[in-house]
Design a binder for this molecule. Structure first.
Ligand code: HEM
Length: 142
């Protein structure tokens, strides 16, 4: 079908529409072999990001210690395989708001830290990520 429709030309919109078999081939899922690992069709593959972010083989034995210093040389210095650090995902669908989110976090932390000196920033992974020592809330009558 491809040879019939396109011969050697770049397909245009009309050619793409007319290639029904090619559509069917793309939609059908075959078994795969990825570097010796057999992946049967129908299997969903999940990348367990929290596991990657807490693995001693990648981050060292102190992986569970809250140690911002590990990032002194950036992710490359902190993690054996920097690509394993993906809080915002990876590739073409990487978080569109990552820089905005970092700016927001820095603004919020700056305000909390400058106005609430008792607050100790220490996020811990429990059911969700929580502040280990709690958060002090100041109430003011308005
Ligand atoms: C700390 C805060 C945030 C974290 C940890 C985060 C994380 C993520 C992750 C893991 C993905 C999926 C990436 C992938 O599929 O590989 C994603 C997608 C996305 N995020 Fe965020 N995000 C954050 C904040 C934000 C903010 C503030 C915005 C918008 C202002 C935003 C907009 C988006 C959008 C539009 C996508 C979809 C991108 C696409 O599919 O092309 N995110 N984010």
């Amino acid at each position: 079908e491809v040879l019939d429709v396109c011969s050697n030309n770049l397909p245009d919109a009309e050619m793409l529409r007319s290639m029904k078999t090619l559509n069917m081939v793309i939609q059908e899922a075959p078994d795969l072999n990825v570097k010796g690992i057999q992946v049967p069709k129908g299997i969903n593959i999940h990348v367990p990001i929290p596991v990657l972010h807490q693995h001693p083989d990648l981050w060292g034995a102190d992986v569970h210690r809250f140690n911002p210093e590990r990032f002194t040389q950036g992710t490359t210095g902190a993690c054996k395989f920097p690509q394993a650090y993906m809080p915002f995902g990876v590739g073409t669908r990487i978080c569109a708001g990552q820089h905005f989110a970092m700016a927001e976090l820095k603004v919020i932390l700056s305000l909390v830290l400058s106005r609430s000196p008792a607050y100790r920033h220490s996020p811990v992974f429990r059911l969700v990520i929580e502040p280990e020592h709690g958060v002090y809330l100041h109430f003011r009558r308005v």
